[in-house]
Write a protein that binds this ligand. Structure first.
Ligand code: FAD
Ligand code: UDP
Length: 370
């Protein structure tokens, strides 16, 4: 008899498996349809011996000391600050938009103070900022919105930014200084030996059994367990009773190039050209030295693995209906990006899982009987 059947071996499932096993002595079965642990953060060495992220670039960043210290039990870190360039008007310029972006784009030499005035002169102030278009146009005006955000967003989400919740483009700030880092979080680092190694360390407890290449629906009636932690798509759990929740997918085209360096930074965004949104060169993220280099192109897709919940009011309303079903389903805990339909970064999923753990610890029983 397992105390918990955990569906999904990504961050949500693995954090809970680790905590429940190591702190409360619970017996855990964690299962995943994929052939590996780590969920979307999975990394591996490719045929050339280069460490790549199979499901696109994963850069760890957080302001939460609790989350960083928790994960530090399972990995050492390599300091890494992420930088991204956008291909706009035939140039590669920094994104988030900052002082250097504007000066290079327009051949100017503005100061920070003058840039503030420039933004104020081009901004279209909105009374209510509710969409992803409003966020950007309100700050930097329509021209920069068109150059950097409109087409990238349409490509990535297949809808116009005016139909997407403001939280999506609000992920990317605007700066008047020269700080060209993608993130400004207190902690920014990559697991020294990769994510998969970190997950292996989390799940190495003797109370945790791992079952891969298994859909939970195929075993749920045959394996005895007390409670379930579910981290897959919430609509799938309820057999799409209210219809499908939209998740956006990607196709990853991985390539190894016979040159030590392919592009000037880890990620180059292509808002206005190509069918892909961005190209990532992994060696910048991992610090690996190798005579060749590996890159990945991301092509947005409607079908395929569910990677992104799509934040917009009608989807939130549909999710709320599923959430009500989830709340009424005793013995099952819904955690993570797919099961709570939230556009969460890794650290937010870890934080959510640690919160659920504390709740389970508070309400649950102590050491399970042998
Ligand atoms: P997942 O990692 O999706 O894990 C859920 C698991 O459940 C999956 O492995 C799935 O196979 C399994 N599962 C689903 N259904 C079933 C079933 N029926 N039976 C058995 N198993 C099932 N975050 C950052 O912080 N920084 C980044 O740079 C970053 N980059 C990203 C880039 C891309 C392209 C994507 C898609 C996401 C990125 N993220 C990033 C977000 C990050 O991937 C997520 O926050 C995190 O991986 C979510 O963890 P999770 O456990 O909730 O979900
Ligand atoms: N975005 C954009 N242009 C860019 C970068 C981002 O329009 O050059 C928008 C786009 O809608 C994207 C969102 O901002 O989906 C969030 O970007 P982020 O880089 O955080 O996306 P993720 O890494 O989660 O795919």
């Amino acid at each position: 008899m397992f105390d918990y059947l955990i569906v999904g071996a990504g961050f949500a499932g693995s954090v809970l498996a680790e905590r429940l096993a190591s702190q409360l002595g619970k017996k855990i079965l964690i299962i995943d349809t994929r052939s590996h642990i780590g969920g979307n953060a999975y990394d591996c060495y490719n045929e050339a011996g280069i460490l790549i992220h199979r499901y696109g670039p994963h850069i760890f960043h957080t302001n939460s000391r609790e989350v960083f210290e928790y994960l530090s039990q399972f990995t050492q870190w390599r300091s890494y600050e992420h930088r991204v360039l956008a291909s706009v008007d035939g140039q590669l310029v920094p994104i988030p938009i900052n002082l250097d972006t504007i000066n290079r784009l327009y051949g100017l030499s503005l100061t920070s103070f003058q840039l503030e005035e420039f933004f104020a002169s081009v901004a279209e102030p909105k009374e209510r900022i509710s969409t992803s278009e409003d966020v950007v146009v309100n700050k930097v005006g329509r021209e920069l919105y068109e150059k950097f955000f409109r087409n990238y967003t349409r490509k990535q989400w297949d809808i116009d930014p005016s139909e997407l919740d403001r939280s999506v483009t609000a992920r990317v700030p605007t700066r008047t200084n020269r700080d060209n880092r993608y993130f400004t979080d207190t902690y920014q680092a990559m697991p020294l030996h990769g994510y998969t190694r970190m997950f292996e360390n989390m799940l190495s407890h003797p109370n945790i059994k791992i079952m891969l290449q298994t859909d939970y629906r195929d075993i749920v009636g045959t394996i005895p367990y007390r409670e379930m932690i579910y981290t897959g798509p919430i609509d799938l759990f309820f057999d799409y009773r209210y219809g499908k929740l939209p998740y956006r997918s990607l196709e990853f085209q991985h390539e190894t190039v016979n040159t030590p360096v392919h592009q000037p930074v880890a990620v180059v965004n292509y808002p206005n050209e190509h069918l892909y949104t961005r190209v990532t060169e992994f060696k910048y993220l991992t610090g690996q030295e190798h005579p060749k280099t590996s890159i990945v192109y991301e092509y947005p897709r409607a079908d395929g693995d569910p990677y992104y919940p799509v934040p917009r009011p009608e989807n939130t309303a549909l999710y709320k209906k599923y959430q009500a079903l989830a709340d009424a389903t005793s013995g099952v805990h819904f955690v993570g990006r797919l099961a709570t339909y939230k556009y969460y970064n890794m650290d937010q999923v870890v934080a959510q899982a640690l919160t659920i753990y504390k709740k389970l610890k508070g309400t649950g029983n102590r050491q399970s009987p042998e």
